[in-house]
Each structure stands twice: as C-alpha cells, then as structure tokens.
Design a protein around this ligand. Sequence first.
Ligand SMILES: N[C@@H](CCC(=O)N[C@@H](CS)C(=O)NCC(=O)O)C(=O)O
Length: 218
Amino acid sequence: MITLYGFGRVHKKVIGETRDLRVEWALQETGLPYRVQPLDHTGGELDGDAYSRISPFHQIPVIDDNGFVVAESAAILLYLAEKAGKLIPDDVAGRTHVTQWCFAALATVELPLAEIFMIDNFGISDSERHRAFLDQWAGRVLGNLERRLDGRTWIACADFTVADILLAAVLREIRKTDLIEPYPRLKAYYARALARPAWQRTMAAYAQRLGVEVADIV
Ligand SMILES: N[C@@H](CCC(=O)N[C@@H](CS)C(=O)NCC(=O)O)C(=O)O
C-alpha cells in the first residue's frame, strides 16, 4: 500500500493549491491502492524529526511505498506511472518524451507561473516592472505551449500521461489571471485535463481532507 504524505492542515490561503493534489490525481488515474497521511503544516509537523527523515526539504508531497520513499512531485509521478504501467508509454522514446515534458512543466513553465502566483496571493513584490517582466516571460512559455498543441490532444504523446498531470497542475497556478486567454488550444487542453473524472475525485477527496467545499478551491 502506498502512503501519500499530504496536507491535513495548512494556511487557508494555499488550500487548493498544494502539490499533493497532483500526486493524488496520478494515484486516482492509475488505480493504485493508497492512503493519505495528513500532516499539520500549521502545527510544524513538516519540521519534526519523523518527517525530516523522509522529506529532503521538509516539504509535501512524499510517498512511501512499503518502505520505498520518493520525494519531488515529478519523480513521484514518474515512479507511479512506471509502477502501474499506465500514464507512460512502454518504449524508451515515448518514456523519454514524457520525462522531457515533466521537466518542461516544472523547470520551464512553472518558473514564471509560480512567481506570478506568489505575487498575486502573497504580495511578495509590488514592483510593476517585475510583474510586467513575468507576464512577458509567461507569455513566451504559454505561446510555445500553444504552438506545441497544434494538432495534439496531449502534451507528450497521443495518450494522456503523467506529463499532462504536471502541466495542467502548473497551468492551474494562473487560473485566476487572464494569461491563458490568448491561447485557445492551451485553454482547451487545460479544460480537457481538468474534466477527467480522476481529477474530480481528487478534488473531492482533497476538499474533504482539508475541510472545505470543492466550489471554494476550483
Ligand atoms: N519541488 C517540490 C516542491 C514541493 C513544495 O513546494 N511543497 C510545498 C507545498 S506545495 C510545501 O511543502 N510547502 C511547505 C513548506 O515549504 O514549508 C515538488 O515538486 O514536490
């Protein structure tokens, strides 16, 4: 049985935004049996000795698969796909493309989008110049995703993969902005990903765990 270390209590500003969501989504998609171990972030549980032993940066998510521990959301998703034999192709070329797009989602796309999220939700900068730079950077990244999606349903392969989970989760960080508006293919892609029943189940389970309504976190 896989244990997912996820949030049980966390600052209300980030409920619905946390990276345990993408792992639970992959678990729901694969059908692998799992349980969630909810941690109390506000009570300092991520900094305690027990969690220090399994989480390199005192962060969520981490999974423990019968003693095999994996941290970092992209690594976890690739592991789950390999284990389940789902959400990743069988051949080396296909798997490499999925890995490529997992890296792209986190190392290329998420950089400006996460910073925009931090500014909008936590006010980490009030520099208009900084924000304009980030909007321009995000536009470059999103425009290239639009180009990639020409004639494609999913980002890495013909079928839905863990790279799509990561990319959709990252795009979700800017859902309260209008940055995606100029890109119809990307908008449709994002909507297609979030329409998946496994994502709906994930949101329902997460909302129940955190004691909120799904409507408050979409
Ligand atoms: N690169 C990591 C980032 C993990 C991360 O940022 N986790 C956040 C929640 S989304 C966290 O645990 N924050 C609490 C803290 O840093 O104290 C991943 O992709 O898994």
